[in-house]
Design a protein around this ligand. Structure first.
Ligand code: ADP
Length: 223
């Protein structure tokens, strides 16, 4: 697909993806690179109309949204972003930084009891990335980081699966399941695992080192 390169950042909630994308964005701007960034909720039209609203309405009815339905909605968002943002940018030869691709959404589906075969078919439309960084952070550390700024969301805490748990216990339980599936996929698909417990600077150095093969002339603008 096109002449550009697709670089993916994926990992559990609070693992540090957005922080690293922000630093990389500053380096790419300083290097005058031609790039695009797409995040999980960028197709606002689809997200607001179908995903946000539908999830709320289903919760209002007291019945958690079924995992299949949630996956359909997330696939809708991703397929729209592919056509609207990712594909055109790749065709223009840009470097595309994708904040989430299929890895966490598949791991979440597996954690919610869906079959891998079903999930693979659902997300088959996504092009293979040139580089995938998987951020691995223990859920207890991700929880501490998130709760410095906000409460984990209903879905981040897996409360659709275990409404009997409090948010902290639910988060630790659910995110550990997702993490284990992500680690399995990392091995299986030979993705690049990043130690999310490292400091922000050390992670940034590791990202730049790994990217230097795909993106020549990229230098750190933070030192
Ligand atoms: P994600 O995008 O994976 O959900 P964020 O990048 O938003 O995670 O990080 C979650 C929180 O943790 C933020 O408040 C961020 O400042 C902090 N954080 C990110 N990376 C690190 C790190 N390596 N060490 C300590 N705190 C971090």
């Amino acid at each position: 697909m096109g002449k550009g390169k697709l670089i993916v950042f994926d990992g559990i909630d609070g693992s540090g993806k957005s922080t690293q994308i922000k630093l990389l964005k500053e380096d790419l701007e300083a290097s005058n690179a031609d790039f695009a960034i797409t995040g999980w909720k960028d197709s606002k039209y689809f997200y607001n109309l179908y995903i946000g609203d539908l999830i709320e309405r289903i919760q209002e009815g007291g019945v958690p949204i079924p995992p299949e339905a949630r996956t359909f909605l997330l696939a809708t968002d991703l397929s729209y972003r592919l056509k609207a943002i990712i594909q055109p940018a790749l065709e223009e030869g840009k470097l595309v930084i994708c904040d989430r691709h299929i890895y966490k959404v598949i791991s979440q589906g597996l954690a919610r009891g869906l079959e891998r075969r079903w999930l693979d078919i659902m997300f088959e439309f996504m092009p293979h990335p040139d580089m995938v960084f998987i951020f691995d952070t223990p859920p207890s550390e991700a929880y501490e980081r998130i709760t410095k700024k906000r409460e984990p969301s209903y879905f981040e805490a897996g409360l659709d699966m275990r409404p009997d748990l409090d948010k902290k216990t639910g988060f630790l339980w659910f995110q550990q399941k997702v993490r284990e599936h992500l680690l399995d996929m990392t091995k299986e698909l030979d993705l690049h695992l990043l130690d999310g417990t490292q400091g922000i600077e050390a992670q940034h150095d590791a990202v730049l080192k790994q990217l230097s093969n795909c993106v020549p002339h990229l230098t750190c603008s933070h030192k």
